[in-house]
Design a protein around this ligand. Sequence first.
Ligand code: ADE
Ligand code: ZN
Length: 330
Amino acid sequence: MPFIESEPTLHEYVKQLPKAELHLHLEGSVEAQTIQEIHPELTLHEIQTAMRFSGFAGFLKAYVWVSQRLTTAAAYRIALRRLLESLVSQNVLAVEITLSVGVILWKGQALEAIFEALCQECEAHPAIRVRWIFDAIRQFGAGQAAAVFERAAAYRQAGVVAIGIGGDEERGPAIWFADLYRRAQDAGLCLTAHAGETAGPESVWQAIQIGAQRIGHGIRAVEDVKLMAYLREHQIALEVCPSSNVATAAVRTLEEHPLRRLWEAGVPIVLGTDDPALFATSLCKEYALAAELFNFSREELSRLAANSFRFSFDRLSRELGQHVLPAAGE
Ligand code: ADE
Ligand code: ZN
C-alpha cells in the first residue's frame, strides 16, 4: 500500500503550529476542577455557579471570586501548573502571563512568597518559556498601581518583562498612569494596557499617549481609521481575544467581531485567550475560530502565529519564533 499523506485537519494544523500566548491572565485560567483541587470543600456546582456571569461587570465579579480562591502561594502554584500543562499540550512554546498583582496586594497577600512559588513551578516545565506581566487595576487608581509597578521593576531579573493596566477602563482612564508608565519604561520594563475593549477609540489613543507598546483588546480601534493607520505605522499590536469579547459583551456576537476588518486594515494582531477558564476557550480554539468564522487561511494562521512571537516583549521568545516559523515572520 503506498503511503498517502493527507492534508491535516484544521484542528491538527492549528495544534502543530508553534505558538506564543501574549494575553492570558493566570487568575482567569483557573478551571473549576483546579479550584476544587485547591478547595476540596467546595462542590463543582458551587464553583461553576460562581464562575458563570453575564456582561462585563458580571465578568469582573467572577474574576475577583476566582482570585479570592487563590488563598496561598501553593494555590497559585497549582493554578500555574495546570495552565502550563494545558499550554504545552497546545504547542504553545512561549507565554507572557499576566499576574493580577493589584488584586494580590488588595487581598493583603505577600507577593514575594507567591512569585517565588510561581518561579519554582516554571522550572518544572522546560518546554515553555514563561515571562510575566504585572498588572494593576485601573479603577484602584495610581497609588495602588505604583506599588504594583515597583514590584515589577524589582522582579525584572526574575522574568517580569512588562506592566499593564486592566479592570474597568471607564472608571480609570489611562492618563492617570502616565507618570508611572514613564518611570516603568525608564526601569527597563515594556508597556501594555487593556484599552478599547469596553470604551471607544479615545481610550486606545490614551493608552498610546502613555507609551503602550501593545494594546490588550483594542478592538474598538476599528471605529477610527486614523487610529488603525497609527497602529499599523507604529507596529503597535492588538492582543485580540474574540471569545472574551463576546463573553464580556464587548461585542454582541462573534459574527460582528472586527477581527477580520482590523486584519484587512493591516493592524498588527496577535490572538489571545484572556481568561480561558471563564470564557471556555483555549488558544487553539481561538485560532480555529479565526479560520472557521473569519476565513483566515492556513497561511494567515501561520502569520498570526509568527506575530505571536514577533510582538513578544521577550527577546529570546522573539528569536524562538524566527527559528520555528522562519518564513511566516517576513
Ligand atoms: N482582567 C482580566 N481580564 C480582563 C479583561 N478582559 N478586561 C479588563 N481586565 C481584565
Ligand atoms: Zn485581559
